[in-house]
Write a protein that binds this ligand. Structure first.
Ligand SMILES: [Zn+2]
Length: 79
């Protein structure tokens, strides 16, 4: 198993899966990025910059929105 040079801990791959979906608003095909832990990477900061660039290169559109109900910024995959 590979270990981290800095911390000596086992390296766990951060996997970002891109999946095809249909937009729930207009029905157009969209791409959604999933984190390896199964989350959408919903909240701001859930995606690293590298993950965002990877997702964008693969056609995922990520928009930063503000939720008044939750009182926090979140990131959303849009069509
Ligand atoms: Zn749409």
């Amino acid at each position: 198993m590979n270990t981290c040079d800095q911390h000596g801990k086992p390296l766990l791959a951060r996997v970002l899966r891109i999946q095809d979906y249909e937009c729930w608003v207009c029905g157009k095909p969209i791409k959604v990025a999933y984190r390896s832990d199964g989350s959408y990477g919903l909240w701001e900061g859930d995606y690293t910059d590298a993950e965002k660039q990877f997702a964008v290169r693969h056609g995922v559109k990520i928009r930063n929105r503000y939720s008044h109900t939750a009182g926090a910024r979140y990131e959303v995959n849009v069509c």
